[in-house]
Ligand binder design. Structure first.
Ligand code: FMN
Length: 364
């Protein structure tokens, strides 16, 4: 597979040693190397579109269970939905049976995936008890068979997302990355935690560096990158070829743009003003409702809005009123009212138009 990186110009100027700008993985050209992490229940098509419009480079779908996909579950097929504007989409699959995983990879390829990503990092009990997710890292032979079988079957690049190992006594990220490389994988992403850590503690970026030093395929560092400075530090410490952002982008998709700006110039970029944030959020609302239809779309939108409005004046009350809104127009009106009031600095407690519109019983 052809992997070609150009480090001579473009973004990432100040981090020139850490691989800048585009990366070519087989036929897939990645515009830059700040990835959106796969997050189940979050990185659906609407969210990926928003993240892309806010500067994310490559995006990865939610994890799709290979068994469910080959049973043709409508939900799984919908999770693969993509469009040209988010090309090249990496679709992530989970499972542990090489045959089932390979079938699922072929289906994803036929549905438009540009890259197949294999999940070897999910720590959830219901996933690991089937031998999938992080549990695959415990069976290195099987892990190699899964990767090799998929690589042989599909014509698109295959990547692997791993953790450092199962627990601190069984760190094997370097071995798994070498197995991935030898089995034909084009890239490996490392979340700098073990499975037993789940999401606790701190991601170990220096452990990712050991993986980077052991393989020649690109290594993407992941875990706890929540600010542009984190991004720079993670690249410094890990020497990775790129970074992947998950939770840091929740409610702040513009973090991608801020990170790119920082890596390019060394300077901070302010987050967008409330008006621009409102425009991004309403765009997300329209995408999500278009994609899922109003009842489900509105329900899913609430959790994004909770992240967006966290810490803003009057937000808990706003979210409460939003929970009662059943119609798209009601949600639009509430949003306009909330952000309009904030932007106009009408934020004296108890004086938001939103509050006046609500019955006394709803007031906190
Ligand atoms: C809600 C949630 C869902 C996730 N789902 C997936 C998933 O489907 N596949 C996967 O490989 N990782 C998944 N992850 C892990 C993230 O991709 C990432 O590795 C982890 O959150 C660490 O990165 P961060 O600190 O930037 O969030 C998920 C994480 C969260 C918080």
């Amino acid at each position: 597979m052809n992997i070609d990186s150009k480090n001579s110009k473009g973004p990432w100027r100040i981090f020139g040693n850490h691989s800048l700008q585009t990366m070519k993985i087989g036929p897939a050209v990645l515009s830059h190397r700040v990835f959106l992490a796969p997050m189940a229940g979050i990185t659906d098509y609407p969210f990926r579109c928003i993240a892309r419009s806010c500067g994310a480079g490559p995006v990865v779908s939610e994890m799709i269970a290979s068994q469910a996909l080959i049973r043709n579950s409508a939900r799984s097929v919908r999770m693969v939905s993509t469009a040209e504007k988010e090309f090249p989409l990496a679709v992530q699959i989970s499972g542990s049976d090489p045959f089932v995983m390979t079938e699922a990879a072929l289906i994803n390829e036929s549905l438009g995936a540009a890259i197949i990503d294999i999940n070897m990092g999910c720590p959830q009990r219901k996933i690991v008890k089937t031998g999938a997710g992080a549990n695959l890292m415990r069976d290195e032979v099987l892990a190699g068979r899964v990767i090799e079988s998929i690589v042989k079957a599909v014509d698109i690049p295959v990547t692997v997302k791993i953790r450092l190992g199962w627990d601190h006594k069984s760190i094997n990220a370097v071995r798994i990355a070498k197995i991935a490389q030898d089995s034909g994988a084009s890239l490996v992403t490392v979340h700098g935690r073990t499975r037993s850590q789940m999401f606790s503690g701190k991601a170990d970026w220096s452990a990712i560096r050991k993986v980077k030093e052991a393989v020649s395929i690109p290594v993407i560092a992941n875990g706890d990158i929540k600010s542009p400075k984190d991004a720079g530090l993670c690249l410094e410490v890990s020497k990775a070829d790129g970074i992947m952002i998950g939770r840091g982008a929740l409610g702040r998709p513009w973090l991608f743009d801020q990170i790119l700006h920082f890596l390019e110039t060394g300077k901070d970029k302010r987050p967008p003003g409330l008006e621009e944030q409102y425009a991004i959020i309403t765009r997300h609302l329209e995408h999500i409702v278009d994609f899922y239809g109003p009842p489900l779309g509105l329900r899913l939108f609430r959790k994004h809005l909770a992240w967006h409005t966290k810490g803003l004046h009057g937000s808990s009350l706003f979210r409460k009123s939003l929970n009662n809104a059943k119609l798209l127009n009601e949600v639009r009106d509430l949003l306009e009212c909330f952000y309009g009031a904030l932007a106009a600095k009408q934020v004296t407690p108890g004086r938001l138009p939103l509050l006046r519109a609500m019955p006394d019983s709803d007031r906190a």
